[in-house]
Ligand binder design. Structure first.
Ligand code: GAP
Length: 459
């Protein structure tokens, strides 16, 4: 059973300097293939980020968990996947053409353009203090439908997924036979021509949202507002976001979006400051009534029991998906002093991503102790078998210690080691990322073993 130099982690976490942590996350994300700078061979494109092999797994796992919690496991929510480019009247009715703006100023000295409310009166480029008059800059990306670039063909890339759910409200209601209260959920790309994007994937011009529009009787809004705040808290726990860095902030009248009567933001203390992670808004009947007026279509709901006919009101919990990736990585990152091999060996810093198992990009790594044929054969067979159920990685290069560290760094919860005893006892050693405990498990029982570990029934 014994193999190679063992790694003993002293779970003594080092204190990470704030900006250090951001740099470490960005470097790890690039090195291990979570997130790369986009179009890099052409010098990149400002604030464009591509999700690599591990990043796309992490992002997909977040989406899957969200869908499971809020669509699959609930009777009152159905999904939707609406188009990114919609009839431009949608954005006139929603108020985005008129109101989706940020205050833009230009520095008179260096001509840099900035969001007025983010610079505190001083140019971040040249420290200049003189600016042009504030202009309202609309953040929607415009393009043209078809081959002729004229005003009649102007369309927008959606700046939120929400409007698809309002515009399709009547069709979803009719086809799904849901009754109020019920919700529509959607995950997808959105686009905003942000004046000052930055801080890695925190603020980008292309990003993804996971949103729910929950349709209710107007008299119930407080009850469902509270319900969705609780659901957002449950989500934070499920994805392992550090509760100590979370603040719930009531947004005052003056700062609320044009459609909201009450908003609570979930803020996260990032290394660059406390900023928004998620939002929760009481959108009233603002959207449905605007679309009813603009389209001339009746969007009222008739209660089958009371006969009352009314425009439903809406509670909207919204989650930035790409911002979730950042908060999850920041929360999961940990360093510990480790000692490989002999007592007097050099203490090295080891990185572990303590991701919830459901989010880990790779669930199991299969590591033959040596590259001898007698180990490689069974190790590959185990790999191909487990791969049918879970994302696995097979790795036979470098020392076993190094291979464990590679897996810890990307958050793989389990490593399976095939050793010289395997041929005799038809068993392997399974090492747990968090407890470092090692179990000897029969090869024929491995699938069942991992099913219990990785897919415990949700309550
Ligand atoms: N439908 C409501 C809505 O779009 P929002 O607060 O403007 O509300 C929702 O956006 C979420 O989208 C935010 O809480 C944040 O997580 C994410 N988000 C907003 N702007 C972003 C950007 N430029 N880059 C990345 N994520 C962003």
């Amino acid at each position: 059973m014994g193999f190679g130099p063992s790694i003993q982690c002293h779970y003594k976490y080092m204190k990470l300097e704030k900006n250090d942590l951001m740099e470490k996350i960005i470097s790890l994300a690039k090195r291990r293939g979570f997130i790369f700078p986009g179009s890099e061979i052409y010098g990149g494109l400002a604030n464009s980020w591509d999700y690599g092999p591990l990043g796309v797994e992490l992002k997909n796992n977040i989406k899957k968990l969200w869908w499971k919690m809020f669509v699959q496991q609930r009777d009152d929510i159905v999904g939707l996947d609406s188009d990114i480019i919609m009839n431009p009247k949608v954005w006139e009715a929603s108020g985005h053409v008129g109101n989706f703006t940020d205050p833009l100023v230009e520095c008179k000295k260096c001509h840099g353009r900035f969001r007025e409310d983010q610079i505190g009166g001083t140019c971040p480029n040249c420290s200049g203090k003189a600016f042009t008059e504030t202009k309202q800059f609309n953040m929607m990306f415009r393009t043209h439908l078809g081959p002729v670039e004229e005003d009649d063909n102007v369309v927008y890339l959606r700046p939120e997924t929400a409007q698809g759910m309002f515009v399709d409200f009547a069709q979803v209601l009719e086809s799904s036979r849901k009754k109020i209260p019920f919700g529509i959920a959607q995950i997808g790309k959105v686009f905003r021509n942000e004046i000052t994007p930055g801080n890695f994937v925190f603020r980008t011009r292309e990003f993804e949202q996971m949103e729910i529009e929950y349709f209710i009787h107007p008299s119930d809004w407080e009850k469902y507002f509270d319900h969705w705040l609780e659901q957002q808290k449950a989500w934070l726990a499920a994805v392992g976001i550090d509760q100590a860095r979370i603040k719930f902030v009531e947004i005052p009248d003056t700062d609320r979006a044009h459609y909201s009567k009450r908003s609570i933001d979930t803020e996260f203390v990032y290394p660059f400051g406390q900023k928004e992670l998620y939002g929760l808004a009481y959108r009233t009947d603002f959207d449905l009534s605007s679309h009813e007026k603009k389209s001339g279509k009746n969007l009222k709901y008739k209660d089958p029991v009371t006969g009352e006919s009314y425009l439903p009101h809406v509670i909207e919990p919204t989650w930035g998906l790409t911002r979730t990736v950042l908060a999850v990585l920041l929360s999961a990152y940990s360093e510990s002093e480790a000692r490989s091999g002999k007592e007097d060996a050099v203490h090295e810093t080891e990185v572990t991503l303590r991701l919830p198992k459901e989010l880990a990009p790779i669930k199991i790594a299969i590591l033959p102790l040596s590259r001898k044929d007698e180990l490689i054969g069974p190790a590959q067979e185990i790999y191909h078998n487990l791969q049918k159920n879970w994302m696995c990685q097979y790795d036979e290069t470098a020392s076993i210690g190094k291979r464990y560290r590679r897996q810890d760094e990307i958050g793989t919860p389990y490593c399976v080691t095939v050793d010289f005893e395997t041929a005799n006892d038809k068993s392997v050693t399974v090492r747990d990322r968090d407890t470092m405990k090692q179990d000897r498990v029969k090869i024929v029982e491995l699938v069942e073993y991992f099913r219990e570990k990785l897919e415990p029934p949700r309550t």
